[in-house]
Design a protein around this ligand. Sequence first.
Ligand code: ADP
Length: 218
Amino acid sequence: MKLVVLTGGIASGKSAVCATLAEMGVPIIDADRIAREVVEPGRDAHREIVEAFGEAVLRPDGQVDREKLGKIIFSDPERRALLERITHPRIGVRIAERVAEHAAGGAQAVVLDIPLYLENLERGSGAPLPADAILVVHVDPETQLRRLMARDDLSRPEALARIEAQLPLDEKAGMADYVIDNSGEPGETARQARSVWERVTGGDGDEKALEGQQGGSR
Ligand code: ADP
């Protein structure tokens, strides 16, 4: 079974591509959801976060306030590393379990939707699992900014700050085995997603290929 990492930038269209793949029946593991589950009240990671960061990072209902925690670690690499030491191993175990379940169920390939995969890889904080292929959803910078402002109701500077906190999308595309360009109409993105998926599951997984280039044996 192939493990395909799907990543991109904020508002680049990962959800849109996931929706197309899900419609095709492709199993998808949502790393963000797992990241929320491992810090739920009652879990070990929840207790360790409170020990390390204090009750101030909890919401009145006892859930971890991810936004508050995000602000604390944003400009503090040591505290970020501390949080990652608490959460990453647990997220990794849960992802590995889900991957194993899909493999046992006979899936040919599974998608791991993981927004910050390449940032984590770059910072050396580890990938939860080695990927057979990396698929990046790319969009041109102006379109990304416009869609992010509209989706999250942000001002231009607010949206830019969020984009600039991530690796540039062009750089991510350079690290990808497959790139889907989501700058156009949703239907065009869906077409590319289907075509990339055909090549992912049809090829031997070793060759690098870029959507839109000469496809070779894929
Ligand atoms: P991500 O999951 O990468 O953060 P989304 O899939 O949520 O990004 O897309 C960001 C925003 O842009 C959403 O509001 C979405 O509806 C919109 N969007 C995504 N793809 C397109 C497209 N091809 N054309 C127009 N709007 C799009």
